[in-house]
Write a protein that binds this ligand. Structure first.
Ligand SMILES: N[C@@H](CCC(=O)N[C@@H](CS)C(=O)NCC(=O)O)C(=O)O
Length: 211
């Protein structure tokens, strides 16, 4: 069965899924969709994902959108190593952590939102940067409070929480957001950077990365 991930090197939502695929050792092909060039809106891609967003996963005949749904699908279908704890409460905590990123931070700072602020709403770069930083800080404050003393977000085992966090930290750094108030998050990022599954999923390691 061929697994294909439609991805863009700088997409943090696709980056989450790249880490999950690598952690589970699932053989796959990356199909780049150039978001900067607008390929997400072209007929070929929009036919596969009418929402015009990456990631999109194809697993044989299955086609799935939304990184949270994709990561949970991969965890159900390819159970080892588990990305979600089996106990109900711990599982809910991992989902809640990932939800802060996927539901409360990322949608406010996504490419199309920033473009809308700059374009139709006529906001200056400084205002858009302040918007970006504000929502990262609000979310990261909550995440820092939920993070263990390490090495990973929830202790000794990598979980979905880590693979949602690391791409969001990448985005924060890319936009110059100060992370001094979040030492636990930064420490988890440093530990994850040592793992090949995370390193190989990093934006700069992607074949479609701008050189
Ligand atoms: N909730 C979606 C978000 C997907 C998303 O927003 N992807 C961004 C890249 S990180 C995208 O495709 N943006 C294209 C655009 O804004 O035009 C998910 O988690 O998969």
């Amino acid at each position: 069965m061929t697994v294909r991930l439609y991805s863009y090197w700088r997409s943090s939502a696709a980056y989450r899924v790249r880490i999950a695929l690598n952690l589970k050792g699932i053989g796959h092909t990356i199909v780049p969709v150039d978001l900067a060039a607008g390929q997400q809106a072209e007929a070929d891609y929009a036919g596969r994902n009418p929402q015009g967003l990456v990631p999109l996963l194809e697993d044989g005949d299955v086609r799935l959108t939304q990184s949270q749904a994709i990561v949970e699908y991969l965890d159900d279908r390819y159970p080892e190593p588990a990305l979600y704890p089996s106990a109900a409460l711990e599982r809910a905590r991992v989902r809640a952590f990932a939800g802060v990123i996927a539901c409360d931070i990322h949608p406010l700072n996504n490419l199309r939102v920033l473009r809308y602020l700059k374009g139709p709403l006529g906001q200056e770069t400084a205002a858009v940067d302040a918007w970006y930083s504000h929502w990262i800080h609000a979310g990261f404050r909550a995440l820092e409070a939920q993070t263990s003393d390490g090495p990973y977000v929830f202790g000794d085992a990598v979980s979905a929480a880590d693979l949602f966090l690391i791409p969001q930290i990448y985005n924060a750094r890319r936009f110059g957001v100060a992370l001094d108030d979040f030492p636990k998050l930064v420490a988890v990022d440093a530990v994850c950077a040592e793992l090949p599954a995370f390193r190989d999923a990093a934006p700069e390691a992607q074949a479609d990365a701008a050189r």
